[in-house]
Design a protein around this ligand. Structure first.
Ligand code: UGA
Length: 468
């Protein structure tokens, strides 16, 4: 099928490349000339596994780039809208990009088109898109508006797209549902997975991909509700982690105990320094604003946000309690990205913490496998950026782990200890076993678990019947 994807951000670029891999002809439309030139030149603007491979495979063949939206609409039967929906000051989604794209699309309708929302949008957006297109003279018989929310995660975006837990298509007419079913057919009938050059299957893939057909409004709600629920799961376990710290229980054991209940499940129950990124913080706020506009006060979401904010502050307090004053302290920092596997630092809790530490007068030496450049673009030069975890640890008063990069969980602990001035590790992502760290001579702080000390006695543990 001939598909136009409007917006070459995270979702648009990955969706465009993946649609091409499914065998469709794709025009990726953007109004950023620099970005288009870079994409045409073979550059890959984001750090995303398998994306360079897919762009290399299809660029100039089944995947082309353009700044002419109306022409792209004219030659395509389906138009996916994947432009940004940033938050306004009051937390609502700013839909002005969606509106101006809808307006332009209306001028290119020269036959039946399905206009599909891929961006995360409030529940009433499809109605507005439809109204805008009608107001601008389009024949109601010549188009449908559908919703096809995307559930991909940064870092695993390509495999999330091609091996989804489910595909949700929200359509209010059978003809638009038919078009969307056809687009995803290689995934839902499994033929994609038989291709010799298919992207390798990740663990836990549901093959063939299940498809769920709903009304447009339900699909819009599914997207916001999914992100809000996942954020709630994270805040829930972070709150439990606080309780674990107070009573000297171990949050990992608690997660194991509750996560094995198949009704709860173990995923998205990793405690840490709170969720970040371009989606959860924005979408929880937007969902709350949508609910309010619809007459419902979704107070649960206020609490989800409050716990998330508090989690960062708690971590800061932990750093202070480990080091006493922070002025003049040399801190090694591992991780700047909002999570492992990406170079994205938007709403990164790591960046928030680094800024707070700098403000308190600490000196920060940081290492991130992918996000250094992006951090340099937005932060002043007071951070020293280095090229390995060991360099970050060199002569530091303590080492802070702020992002769950896989390479941070496999460090050579002997070498790390030699590099540090004091063997203190403050781990915001629970990447290590406290006993192992104590055994290697570290004082080790983590989230929701007792602090472990080199002599093997956990802080506050009973020793000879007395509190240590
Ligand atoms: C999230 C959703 O997981 C995707 O399904 C959705 O498509 C996407 O938002 C979106 O709306 O575009 P993403 O923001 O890429 O994906 O990242 P996640 O893997 O969900 O992580 C979000 C944050 O939560 C990160 O800061 C991560 O470190 C944190 N997190 C995640 C935890 O603190 N604990 C966990 O157990 C899981």
């Amino acid at each position: 099928m001939r598909i136009a994807v409007v917006g070459s951000g995270y979702v648009g670029l990955v969706a465009g490349a993946c649609f091409a891999d499914l065998g469709h002809d794709v025009i990726l439309v953007d109004n950023d000339q620099k970005k288009l030139a870079a994409l045409r030149n073979g550059e890959v603007p984001i750090h995303e596994k398998f994306l360079p491979e897919l762009l290399g495979r299809h660029r100039g063949q089944r995947l082309n780039f353009s700044d002419d939206l109306q022409e792209a609409v004219r030659v395509s039967s389906v138009i996916f809208v994947a432009v940004g929906t940033p938050p306004t000051q009051s937390g609502e989604a700013d839909l002005s990009y969606v509106e101006s794209v809808a307006l332009e699309i209306s001028g290119g309708i020269n036959g039946y088109k399905v206009i599909v929302e891929k961006s995360t949008v409030p529940v009433y957006t499809s109605e507005w898109v439809r109204k805008i297109i009608l107001r601008n003279g389009a024949d109601p018989e010549m188009f449908d508006v559908a919703s096809n929310p995307e559930f991909l995660r940064e870092g695993t975006a390509v495999t999330d797209f091609l091996f989804p837990d489910r595909i949700v298509i929200g359509c209010d007419s059978e003809r638009s549902a038919e078009v969307l079913r056809k687009i995803y057919q290689p995934l839902t009938d499994g033929t994609y997975y038989e291709k010799p050059d298919a992207i390798p299957q990740p663990d836990r893939a549901s093959i063939p991909a299940p498809i769920i057909v709903t009304s447009t409004k339900s699909a819009e709600l599914i997207k916001h509700a999914s992100n809000a629920f996942l954020a709630m799961k994270i805040s829930f376990i972070n709150a439990v982690a606080c309780l674990c710290e107070s009573v000297e229980a171990n949050v990992n054991q608690v997660v194991h105990g509750i996560g094995t209940d198949s009704r709860i499940g173990p995923r998205f129950l990793n405690p840490g320094i709170g969720y970040g990124g371009s989606c959860f913080p924005k979408d929880v706020m937007a969902f709350r604003a949508v609910a309010r506009e619809c007459g419902y006060e979704f107070r649960l979401l206020d609490e989800v946000m409050r716990i998330n904010e508090e989690q960062r502050q708690r971590f800061l307090r932990k750093v202070r309690s480990a080091l006493w004053t922070l002025r003049g302290k040399n801190l090694g920092v591992l991780g700047l990205a909002f999570k492992g596997g990406t170079d994205d630092i938007r709403e990164s809790p790591a960046i928030f913490l680094v800024q707070a530490l700098l403000q308190e007068g600490s000196k920060v030496t940081a290492y991130d496998p992918a996000a250094t450049e992006r951090t340099q673009e937005v932060m002043n030069s007071s951070i020293t950026f280095v090229n390995s975890a060991y360099e970050a640890a060199h002569n530091a008063d303590a080492l802070l782990i702020l992002t769950e990069w896989e390479e941070f969980s496999n460090l050579d602990l002997k070498r790390l200890r030699q590099e540090l001035r004091y063997p203190i590790v403050i781990d915001g992502r629970n990447l290590y076993d406290p006993d192992v760290m104590a055994g290697q001579g570290f004082t080790y702080y983590s989230v929701g678990r007792a602090t472990s000390h080199p002599d093997g006695v956990p802080a506050g543990a009973l020793k000879n019947g007395k509190k240590a």
